[in-house]
Design a protein around this ligand. Structure first.
Ligand SMILES: [Zn+2]
Length: 115
């Protein structure tokens, strides 16, 4: 491992469908699946985490109006992948296996999946 400081490319390490744990912010400790990655904002939407309430004006289809809740994006740096190998929130690295770049868990060294 070199010591060259490269900017962590979070958006390559967290993908849609990953299970993550929130490690910072008011939702700390919650877990969920990544529903969406928004690379241009460095944000992710995590299933059932960071709900915000939005008031909806009455419309013809929904004459009552009301409040809907939905997930708001979180900074991607606030979440950590839960490693399928060791089951812990782990840092993910990238390495080459054969011709392919794969993600691996820095804790247990298990290959997470193909990159
Ligand atoms: Zn692991």
């Amino acid at each position: 491992m070199g010591k060259t400081k490269t900017k962590d490319n979070f958006t390559k390490k967290i993908r849609r469908g990953d299970t993550v744990r929130v490690i910072q912010g008011k939702e700390t400790g919650k877990q969920g699946k990544i529903l969406r990655v928004i690379p241009e904002d460095n944000r992710v939407v995590v299933e059932r985490v960071n709900f915000i309430k939005r008031h909806v004006r009455p419309t013809q289809r929904n004459p009552q109006g009301g409040v809907i809740e939905r997930e708001a994006p979180l900074p991607i740096s606030n979440v950590m992948l839960i490693c399928p190998g060791c089951g812990e929130a782990a840092r993910v690295g990238m390495r080459e296996e054969g011709d392919e770049k794969v993600r691996y868990c820095k804790k247990c060294d298990v290959t997470v999946d193909k990159g």
